[in-house]
Design a protein around this ligand. Sequence first.
Ligand code: LLP
Length: 424
Amino acid sequence: MDHFLYKGGILHAEDVPLPEIAAAVGTPAYVYSAATLLRHYRLFDEALAPLPHLVCYAVKAASNVAILKLLGDAGAGMDVVSEGEYRRARAAGVPGDRIVFSGVGKTRAEMRHVLEGGVRQINLESEPEMRLLSEVATSLGVEVPVTVRVNPDVDARTHEKIATGRSDNKFGIPISKARAVYAEIAALPGLRVVGIDVHIGSQLTDLEPFRLAYRKVADLTETLRADGHTIERLDLGGGLGIPYARSNLAPPLPSDYGALIAEEVGHLGCEIEIEPGRLIAGNAGILMASTVFVKEGEGRDFLIVDAAMNDLIRPAMYGAHHDIVPVREAAPGAEMRPFDIVGPVCESGDTFAKGRDMVPLSEGELIAFRSAGAYGAVMASEYNSRPLVPEVLVQGDQYAVIRPRPTFDEMISRDTIPQWLHDA
Ligand code: LLP
């Protein structure tokens, strides 16, 4: 459930009519609902209530500092994958001991930065990374809590670009090598084993792959404990999917997911960490846009809008579906007809939907791409020299711009012309 509903025929974000935001900041613009973000975070927190746990929001999904502060103040931990994300979490006031650091390619500089700033744990993904972290930790005179991300070789049954738990993916170490790797870590100075980490993919709409992966992690916990390691935390990753199309079957709920976790690993007495991103932010944000032209083509009509693939890349990159709705609700029984809904960028891939049934819209009308809160603004670029779109956070009847739209001058003035070209 989200808080983007029609009231009096106008789509609202909580209690704010979207046309009011469009009038203030223009389009395209990302709009987030604080109530939805908090509701989704709390669903996970409640689902894990029977076990000691920390819900570490995956910052990559939507990383605006205002969003991180909202969730951090509610008690969330953070899962970060770069120094930039770590700095955002800290700027939002999240203490280091609630931040876990994941990722396959952490650099020496990044390790140093988070060790100096404080970190709850580092999830290791390879042997060279362990050795480097040991060296950095020792040079700073600290001991860092670590887990190893194991690759359980489970098919997450999701889009191939976002499946991460198969042995042919770049992530984690093969579970078959885990004993040897943990033995090596135990011998390295500066590292303290605290648990095991696993993440098998994103937008999972079926619990079975989680069950298979967590069962393997439970077995590994017993094996590693028998080898003498302290396994007191299990980081079970993120990945629970969301309904993108209202017409689709709803994926499992956080409560089902929590019950599965309790069933598979609850007996081990570990503190549970999870790293959900999409389910917290996805349906808590929309991308609002305006129609520019309605263009009649041969055998098809195009709705050309002012948002493009640089603002929301998911349809172009993954063939992802986003519901697209008019901000002014269609009259009951209004006749729909199919449109290709496209942006202005000079690529055919800049297509949000093909043959999508819409009520005919005229030029300058507002539309909303639903479920755009996760992997939306964070994946935006300035391709075609289109400035990044602004972000707006709504809470009740108030809203605030949490990232302004850069001016064209701001965008262009970041480029500098070398002196030798001036002299020419
Ligand atoms: N933890 C780790 C280690 C991850 O790699 C990810 C996502 C998450 C947690 C959060 O997963 P979530 O709960 O959001 O599914 N850009 C793609 C999604 C990429 C996901 C990458 N990793 C998309 O737009 O579908």
